[in-house]
Design a protein around this ligand. Structure first.
Ligand code: ASP
Length: 331
């Protein structure tokens, strides 16, 4: 039986046209219909124009609306493909993974490094992979790019020009395409472990701070004064922060005492953080910080926003960070 796939367009390079001030999204799904049918095989397609934005202009409010649009349509389609700019695609795929936990269809996000109107673009191949994955009946939020499928909360944009723009960080790909066709690794498909319920509340009162030698701890206190409820700190290596001279960890501890959530991750793209190895990490743990372990920055930041949208209770926030909700962290 023919599978019915909904294509939701949000913009990005895939649908861009060259204008006086540079490349900007402009093509609609209607104007791309011929190309979409070429890559859809025998799937039946419907389309929805959600936005026409460079993904630098995507905000958390858009994630909440997008999750709502997907929820409203999920029972009418076998799968949904979202066309999105690549720059913030991994933030969107991570946030949708939390907002749409336990969804019972595939939601596959894709984009491209060159506009579909360019004869040598990667757009057709990426759409082909996304539409094919959307027909496979695997539940969850995925990213399809350069002939691979990545779990939404494990994707990260790692190249700004190369067609192989996304990697699956600290987790195997969900699927790869080669001359044997698409091979899906079922162990990477999220298990449905509860009922689906749209949970698209969030809080954007957070900050992301990247540690560097000489960084002054007053930066943290000023963020707290500005009304931040949580800070994600990209620390060094396994999660190291200074405590001699400028006692950064002491400053962190004071913020935790005031009720702020401090989540510690790493600047290293691979392997993740583990605060229990070094003295510096253990000192931070004693102050009550939370650990991001092997989460991507995109998954950690959006989890923080999502969790703060669910609760303000420090014990519950800690509880959320002690579990993997949709495959975003290995504990
Ligand atoms: N600036 C574009 C965007 O994120 C880049 C792309 O789509 O590749 O919307």
């Amino acid at each position: 039986m023919k599978k019915h796939i909904l294509i939701i367009n949000t913009g990005g390079t895939l649908s861009s046209v060259a204008k006086e001030h540079g490349l900007t999204p402009g093509l609609t799904t209607d104007t791309m219909l011929r190309e979409l049918h070429v890559v859809a095989g025998d799937a039946e397609l419907s389309t929805m124009e959600f936005a026409s934005l460079d993904s630098a202009n995507i905000f958390p409010e858009d994630w909440a609306r997008l999750a709502e649009a997907i929820t409203e349509n999920k029972d009418s389609y076998d799968g949904i493909v979202v066309i999105h700019g690549t720059d913030t695609l991994a933030y969107t795929s991570s946030m949708l993974s939390y907002m749409l936990q336990n969804i019972s269809i595939p939601v596959v996000i894709t984009g491209s490094q060159l506009s579909i109107s360019d004869p040598v673009a990667d757009a057709m191949e990426n759409l082909r992979c996304a539409i094919y994955m959307a027909q496979r009946g695997k539940n969850g939020v995925f990213v399809a790019f350069n002939r691979k499928v990545i779990l939404g909360c494990r994707a990260s944009k790692v190249r700004s020009v190369n067609f192989d723009a996304f990697d699956s960080i600290n987790a195997p790909n969900v699927a790869e395409i080669n001359s044997f066709g698409m091979k899906i690794n079922d162990a990477m498909v999220p298990e449905k472990n509860g009922i689906f319920q749209l949970r698209n509340s969030f809080s954007s009162d957070i900050a992301v701070v990247k540690m560097f030698p000489g960084m002054h701890r007053s930066l943290l206190t000023s963020l707290a004064k500005e009304g931040c409820r949580a800070i994600y700190i990209e620390a060094y290596g396994l999660g190291g922060m200074p405590y001699i001279g400028h006692d950064f960890i002491e400053a962190v501890g004071k913020l935790v005492e005031q009720g702020m959530t401090i989540l510690i991750g790493t600047q290293c793209r691979f392997d993740g953080s583990n605060l229990s190895v070094y003295e510096t990490g253990r000192r931070a743990l004693e102050k009550g910080v939370l650990q991001a372990y092997d989460m991507t920055t995109e998954a950690a930041v959006t989890k923080l926003m999502w969790v703060l949208g669910q609760t303000s209770d420090p014990a519950q926030i800690r509880e959320y960070f002690s579990v993997s909700l949709c495959g975003e962290v290995s504990l």
